[in-house]
Design a protein around this ligand. Structure first.
Ligand code: C2E
Ligand code: MG
Ligand code: MG
Length: 612
């Protein structure tokens, strides 16, 4: 019997019986015949049970079914039949009525579940399938079933319900579409594109086929929207998608991953230059105007090309990046194409990427350093060469980096200048240095210390209110303006001569001194010397370096000293490391100096020790 039923199940023929509760009630009636006292109660129980069953089948929106293996008949509830557009009499009790209507793509799934439940491999099942309606269209059904056993444990029937989920399926399909596709172009969106890449990456493949990802951004698309309106913009996008598709093979995938950004997966090719060729072809397509209604619109595109990759074990196949990384790489390369001036294609280069990442990281660290007050000032003595008497200090910034330790200005000042962070850093330096100088003067009034030198970057100096800021810092720290010397470099003076002149004039009025740093290294600013209110020239250490044995250097320093004499300027020689250099400079009438021979830049406590 079991085998026969199994045969029926697998071949699509059916048995049937009645509701379990009803059966139990019937058995109870047999016993009640012998027990007349309880007979009426049991009759009532049966009646109640039957009424409940009838009511349940009536009110439930689900169709009910029971397949009895003894009779090989299926009892379908009225609702089960009406769900398919039939009345009670139109569908008989044959299993064929059910199975013959199941969509061909789903029949095996349903049979496997029915069979497994009947065999006892599972106690219940849930399955979705499409069922043919009387109107000739399929409805989506959700079917639940459970095995019913007799007291010996043998399976007697399968019972279950069936729910029409066509409406839910439609909503689900729409949601699925909205989540994964772009409504305008009907292309996959970023999420689905990434999903596709992930799925492709999972495929175990030993094939030598290559994969490539391009990222394409339309240049200045917002102007198209602004000039022609969004409706034309939308139509243009549709035309562009058609153009892109015309350049690709059927297995390649285009996705719209942003408003005006597309990603292209070039799937499985053999020629390594295929992505570049496709990029060239796309650029060619974009070189002619695109017709949209009465408009002829020329739009360019920037394309980023990721390095080639493979699927499966890409390490074994010597490609450094996975498919997912390829999308990121293509996007980075696309931004590089934008930086290059747009309307071009760029292949991702890892060095450029690593450089930009490192720069980004350092910039963030530098920003945080300001907040966290990780900067510190060191002070290098400036002495009178004749008797080596300390007359001033140059304040030099250091960065107490949490991982790298003490970082010299060369390690972060260029970045600070590029990013503009030099401005807040510079004002912090000025305030700290003025504060320190004021403290020294208060605590060591007997010392010969007459000034503090502070380096000021051109970006600081060219701020419109630089003079006011400096005046305010002096007022706040209580430092006498004539004890402050600001060092600016030659090249900075040339670059912003007008602003430098006006700020310098204002500072002169305050009594602040000005020093021209690294003199001789930049452009020749001799011409400006007469109009700039400079007090000091600092001879760059590159001239001092070979002063003993390089006659040209010696002559140059001699000239600078003479020049300073003409303009009545002080001279400070930088980078004096040896006695011979000091002697030479003294012979040349250079009055002041600074260098390792006297002292390296010192932390403030050590600098303070020099005052006592
Ligand atoms: P600079 O203003 O010309 O400062 C002199 C530099 O020469 C200092 O380097 C100093 O340590 C170094 N030096 C002094 N004597 C000797 C010597 O005998 N031999 C050698 N080899 N070097 C010597 P440092 O501290 O590394 O500063 C480098 C540059 O960074 C400074 O050159 C200045 O242009 C800039 N800088 C330092 N602090 C600041 C700051 O607070 N603001 C701005 N904008 N720039 C700063
Ligand atoms: Mg300096
Ligand atoms: Mg210098």
């Amino acid at each position: 019997m079991k085998n026969l039923t199994s045969h029926y199940l697998l071949n699509g023929v059916f048995p049937w019986s009645i509701d379990n509760e009803l059966n139990q009630a019937k058995q109870m009636i047999c016993i009640a015949e012998k027990e007349s006292v309880r007979e009426r109660q049991l009759q009532q129980a049966l009646k109640n049970s039957e009424q409940r069953y009838a009511l349940a089948t009536k009110v439930t929106n689900d169709g009910l079914w029971e397949w009895n293996f003894d009779s090989n008949q299926v009892n379908y509830s009225s609702r089960w039949k009406s769900m398919l557009g039939y009345d009670d009499d139109s569908i008989k009790n044959s299993p064929v009525e059910w199975l013959a209507r199941v969509h061909g793509a789903d029949i095996e799934k349903l049979r496997a579940n029915l069979s497994a439940c009947w065999q006892g491999e599972i106690t219940q099942f849930e399955v979705e399938y499409s069922l043919l309606h009387r109107d000739g269209k399929y409805r989506s059904m959700f079917c639940k079933g459970v095995g019913v056993r007799d007291e010996k444990g043998n399976i007697t029937s399968l019972v279950g319900s069936q729910t029409d989920i066509t409406h839910n399926k439609k909503i689900e399909a729409r949601l699925n579409y909205d989540n994964n596709y772009d409504r305008l172009t009907h292309l996959p969106n970023r999420q689905l594109f990434i999903q596709n890449l992930k799925e492709l990456s999972q495929i175990k493949s030993e094939s030598k086929c290559l994969f490539g990802v391009l990222c394409l951004d339309l240049d200045s698309f917002k102007y198209i929207n602004r000039n022609f309106g969004h409706a034309i913009g939308d139509l243009l996008l549709i035309e562009i998608v058609a153009k892109l598709n015309s350049c690709l093979r059927s297995q390649d995938i285009v996705a719209r991953i942003g408003g005006d950004e597309f990603a292209i997966l070039l799937a499985g090719f053999k020629q390594a230059n295929y992505p570049s060729e496709i990029a060239t072809q796309i650029q060619r397509e974009f070189s002619v105007p695109i017709k949209v209604k009465e408009h002829s619109i020329l739009i360019t595109t920037s394309i980023g090309i990721a390095p080639l990759t493979t699927i499966g074990n890409h390490e074994q196949q010597n490609t450094p990046y996975s498919l997912i990384e390829s999308l990121q790489n293509a996007e980075i390369a696309m931004h590089q194409a934008k930086d290059k001036g747009k309307a071009c294609s760029v292949v991702f280069e890892s060095e450029a990427y690593l450089e930009s990442i490192a720069k980004f990281k350092s910039e963030n660290e530098l920003r945080a350093a300001i907040e966290l007050e990780q900067f510190e000032l060191y002070y290098q003595p400036i002495v009178k060469l004749a008797d080596r008497q300390l007359i001033g200090f140059e304040a030099l910034i250091r960065w107490q980096h949490p991982e790298k330790g003490l970082v010299s200005p060369g390690g972060f000042i260029p970045l600070a200048e590029n990013t503009g962070l030099i401005v807040p850093i510079g004002w912090w330096v000025l305030r700290a240095a003025c504060q320190q100088m004021a403290t020294w003067q208060q605590e060591h009034p007997e010392s010969e210390l007459t000034f503090i030198s502070v380096n000021v970057a051109s970006k600081q100096f060219s701020q419109p209110y630089a003079g006011d800021i400096i005046a305010q810092i002096l007022a706040e720290t209580g430092l006498n303006p004539c004890c402050l010397k600001l060092e600016i470099t030659e090249s900075e003076i040339i670059e912003n001569i007008d602003i430098v002149l006006s700020t310098a004039t204002k500072l002169k009025e305050l009594g602040v001194q000005l020093s021209m740093d690294d003199f001789g290294t930049g452009y020749s600013s001799l011409g400006y010397l007469h109009c700039l209110p400079v007090d000091t020239l600092k001879i760059d250490r590159s001239f001092v370096k070979n002063i003993e044995d390089n006659i040209h250097q010696l002559e140059l320093v001699k000239t600078i000293v003479k020049l300073a004499g003409v303009f009545d300027l002080d001279i400070v020689a930088e980078g004096i490391e040896r006695e011979e250099q000091c002697t030479q400079l003294l012979n040349l009438q250079c009055e002041y100096g600074q260098g390792y021979l006297f002292s390296k830049p010192l932390p403030s406590a050590n600098a303070t020790n020099l005052l006592v």
